[in-house]
Design a protein around this ligand. Structure first.
Ligand code: UDP
Length: 356
């Protein structure tokens, strides 16, 4: 496969182009390559500055439509970011969650297998299941999976994502790479409830919203769960490491395919691990600095039981520490943005964006 960044005949299809990661990827593709972009999403409000770009075409649609799936698969490179990936929806909307995270990607994978497109599919670090507080590094091809109680609907998302991964890996003739994100953060993440979305966004947007509204940050089950927060800019750099490596790679069935194709990669920053309570403390401090106020004037965080906050069937992973050895070994990639830089950028963006 020849995939040179300066090849203006290449079009990349970005499914979920209007979302958090998609909007950053779109900017990077336009800035770092000469490729064209075919962007698919249900809304494009994050992309106002790109809507008339001469190298972009946008389609307002989703993967439920087989004609849209066929059209996307005609491009040589397809990045699939489309998903319902907000934990607060995993309990009450399990069927929609499963459709968006299994049925739609499976249909897209089949179309790509027929057309020969390279599918870069975004999975999740949640496929590692209900990790314990002392669980070690999660290793792509080794770590055993244990989910929580079979009836806990929290796991509807993870089981659908895991099944999609198994389907993709098992599909004859498909050229694929799977990405497992570890809590990406940055500008444009999620939404502010009541302004550009409803319900409970993920923790970064939720804490940012509470700070802006002068409300207490809610620590679910005491905020003991740990996450490795990863800059979305590092995530985009990972994708370019992948694209560059694919440019060197001769394709499936050749000696060099071990580097890129038929591989799942963790994308996370092991240096940025915090408990949720520590995240709350850091965000309060950074917010106080941005606003020029004493942190003691901000409301204290409050504990809240998970099932009260999210609803029946909520469960949690207590630690998500990625092994990043594989990406370093095969792609020479390691995430490098420190946690304070990630949080300061994200919070400053949130304050600026939603205060206006
Ligand atoms: N969480 C919290 N308060 C919030 C939102 C989330 O304490 O307002 C916790 C949640 O229970 C989990 C962690 O923060 O332990 C990360 O949750 P998030 O929804 O960001 O996504 P996850 O990493 O679980 O997919």
């Amino acid at each position: 496969m020849t995939l040179r960044l300066d090849d203006s005949s290449i079009t990349v299809a970005i499914v979920g182009c209007g979302g958090f990661i998609g909007s950053h990827l779109l900017d990077a593709v336009l800035e770092r390559t000469r490729w064209r972009v075919f962007g698919v999403d249900l809304d494009f409000y994050r992309l106002q500055h790109r809507l008339n770009h001469e190298r972009c075409e946008f389609l307002c649609a989703d993967l439920a439509d087989p004609a849209v799936v066929e059209r996307i698969a005609q491009f040589p490179l397809v990045v699939n970011l489309a998903a319902i990936c907000t934990p607060s929806r995993y309990m009450g909307e399990a069927c929609e969650v499963i459709r968006s995270n299994y049925d739609h990607p499976a249909a897209l994978a089949e179309a790509c297998a027929r057309s020969g497109a390279w599918l870069v599919h975004f999975s999740t670090s949640e496929i590692y299941g209900r990790t314990a507080p002392d669980s070690g590094e999660l290793i792509e091809d080794e770590t055993p999976v244990v989910f929580g109680p079979v009836a806990a609907s929290r796991w509807s998302y993870a089981t659908a994502k895991l099944l999609a991964e198994r389907f993709i890996a098992g599909l004859p003739g498909l050229k694929w790479t799977v990405v497992r994100p570890f809590n990406f953060v940055g500008p444009y993440m999620d939404f502010m409830p009541g302004v550009d979305g409803e319900g409970i966004p993920r923790v970064l947007a939720n804490f940012s919203t509470a700070l802006l509204r002068g409300e207490p940050l809610k620590l679910v089950n005491g905020g003991k769960a740990k996450r490795c927060f990863t800059s979305v800019h590092d995530a985009v750099d990972f994708l370019f490491a992948l694209f560059n490596a694919a440019g060197q790679d001769a394709g499936p069935g050749t000696a060099s395919t071990a580097g890129v194709f038929s591989q799942a990669f963790n994308v996370g920053n092991p240096d940025n691990e915090l408990t949720v309570a520590e995240l709350a403390a850091k965000m309060r401090q950074i917010y106080a600095e941005i606003r020029g106020v004493d942190v003691a004037t901000l409301p204290e965080p409050q504990n809240v039981p998970g099932e009260v906050y999210y609803g029946a069937g909520y469960d949690d992973s207590m630690r998500r520490m990625p092994s990043v050895e594989k990406a370093e070994r095969l792609l020479g990639f390691r995430a490098s943005t420190p946690i304070d830089v990630c949080l300061r950028e994200s919070l400053a963006w949130f304050v600026n964006h939603y205060s206006v």
